[in-house]
Write a protein that binds this ligand. Sequence first.
Ligand SMILES: *Cc1c(COP(=O)(O)O)cnc(C)c1O
Length: 394
Amino acid sequence: MHWLNQAPMATPETQTPIPVFDVQLEEKHVEAVAATLRSGWLTMGPRIQEFEAEFAEHIGAPHAIAVSSCTSALHLAYLAAGIGPGDEVIVPGITFVASAAAVRYCGGTPVLAEVAGQHDLGLDPEDVAAKIGPKTKAVCAVHYGGYAAPLEPLRALCEEHGLALIEDAAHSPEATPVGSDRKLGTIGLAGTFSFFSNKILSCGEGGLLATSSDEVAELARSRRSHSMTSGTWDRHRGHAMGYDVVDVGYNYRMDEPRAALLSARLPDLAADIAQRRALTHRYRELLGEIDGIVLPYEDEEVDVSSCYVMPVMIENPELRDPVRKILSEQHKVQTSVLYPSISEFTAYGAGRDELPRCERAARTQLTLPLYPHLGEERLLRVVGALRASLAAAA
Ligand SMILES: *Cc1c(COP(=O)(O)O)cnc(C)c1O
């Protein structure tokens, strides 16, 4: 037969693709959404309130306000920090663009600061200090990949200069700083979380603002729904007849099926993250033996991280893109880059501010596949593929 004449099957091309991220919902999750749809109440109802209470309890925050995305949560957080036209917010160059864009929604200007370096992609407090000026109103600490930004020095700087500290905790539900029980996203004036489909706790599109400030919570709740003095659910229950509109608000609401999905998934979050940590330790053990790469962060940081991604820095920036191409084409291993530096985006004045450490990170970083059900076999294939791709590209 024809296939007997072909080369042995072991060529990598025949292997199943390994995605950089994968979501696996269980029947109980699907059922929670179906039950919500059957209930006929699709938005701003009891499931939002339930999820908010559960998430607040889970992370230990007095208030949790579910919204349409982490981007809208960031917008509300900056508004709560009083950001308006002419104000500046210091944002790391290595983050998703939303951390900076939401400053501009308020009419403010994001001022980009450096990350620590190849070993740590969190904000560098020294560069933040150097960038504080008369217009600075807030600092946005991004917990890159689920690893805590240096909150202690950032908090001290913010206190000294009267600035608000906002935590972009999009990657880091459940995570803490090393040596602390306090969950990330509950330490600054407000913490913002993302439930976008490729985040750790996902529902498709969704976000949340956590805070211990009653005023911030009230502002976020109000602006989330057009700054109306009563909501649909209040009116449905006969708690209110009409409403006033007290400011310019937004439609940043989350709907009920998403809240139900999040509530159904939240009890599994700790176990998912435990898997991610175990896989991350295994990756680090195996990758540590490969020359030409740097593994950011320390093992003790992995133990308290949410391990959103598995970051690897390729020492020689010229090899990064060829390595990604070989991984993808010959080994069917998908990778991504977290992130391009915002300082190089057209809309953010490409090249105006120089952030050599961010730009180096943007040229050397790649993210390996990581999700709770990745498993040892696929992990070994990824490590082998990376080793082979580095050798082939060199
Ligand atoms: C994903 C992400 C956001 C935006 O989240 P959305 O829910 O998609 O709006 C903001 N900041 C960081 C660091 C992110 O990774």
